[in-house]
Design a protein around this ligand. Structure first.
Ligand code: BTN
Length: 257
């Protein structure tokens, strides 16, 4: 583990190492006091040859990236990090972000639910987000933002959509729990694909059998249907008036009717 600031590191290497189980020896953690986006920085590190398992964590991001071209708000009680991960040659990445969602949801709070494709919710509000970007063939930057505890600094316009977990984990304890769960889920995914995590995703599905509007782009006419869960590739099953559709693009927005 390395830190690039002279101030005490937000996450201490020894404290983290002492807590890791499945992830022990599998991740190489770098901590920055500040960067634009850990995804962006790790994509550059990947280009420069960083190995699978490289993890970049920033205490602050000045340009955190969210899904669908949005920005990501990182509060004082948030964790933001990205993990570089390589999948075996024969393994399709389909369902990868859902597998990561399962790991986060299970590690963070027993009450969490999942909204397709990979938002982690508590009482209907988001506590963690995932942005996976390609860093080359079979190589991915898995970006994760987690709201830990009180989110007093959340901008007014986000308070209806976002909240923090209530399990009172310290940043280092939360990171260790998440990394252990994440590495275990990624190992399972590498060996068997999303099918090995499908039931666990399904058990936490926030919108199971609920009527939703699905938007393919901002302001577009919604497709209306009832969420019937996910298939073995992680695709959303949406029952419309005419058929059972499978939705594969994660770049959609899903809202309860
Ligand atoms: C989402 O929109 O739900 C995805 C949010 C992902 C945010 C994380 S924070 C760490 C990593 N670096 C980024 O710039 N984005 C991801």
């Amino acid at each position: 583990m390395s830190t690039q600031n002279s101030a005490p590191a937000f996450i201490q290497a020894e404290a983290l190492a002492a807590l890791l189980t499945s992830a022990a020896g599998r991740v190489d953690v770098h901590v920055l006091p500040e960067c634009d986006s850990t995804n962006l920085q790790l994509l550059q590190m990947a280009k420069a040859g960083a190995p699978s398992g490289t993890l970049l964590l920033a205490e602050r991001q000045t340009a955190g990236r969210g899904r669908r071209g949005r920005s990501w708000f990182q509060g004082q009680n948030s964790l933001a990090f990205s993990l570089l991960w390589r999948l075996p040659e024969q393994r399709s990445a389909s369902g990868l972000s859902l597998a990561v969602g399962v790991a986060l949801a299970e590690a963070l709070d027993p009450q969490t639910q999942l909204k397709w494709p990979n938002d982690v919710l508590l009482d209907g509000r988001k506590v963690a987000g995932i942005l996976i970007e390609s860093a080359g063939p079979q190589c991915f930057v898995i970006g994760i933002g987690i709201n830990l505890g009180a989110m007093d600094d959340l901008p007014q316009e986000l308070t209806a959509q976002a909240t923090g977990i209530t399990t009172h984990l310290s940043p280092v304890a939360a990171l260790a729990k998440v990394l252990d769960a994440l590495i275990a889920a990624l190992d399972l995914f590498a060996a068997q694909g999303f099918i090995a995590l499908q039931t666990r995703w399904q058990q936490r599905h926030a919108y199971q059998d609920l009527a939703v509007n699905l938007f393919f782009s901002e302001g577009s006419e919604p497709v209306q249907g009832v969420c019937r869960g996910v298939d073995q590739n992680g695709e959303l099953l949406l029952e419309t008036a005419t058929c059972l559709q499978t939705i594969s693009s994660g770049e959609v927005s899903l809202r309860l009717q």
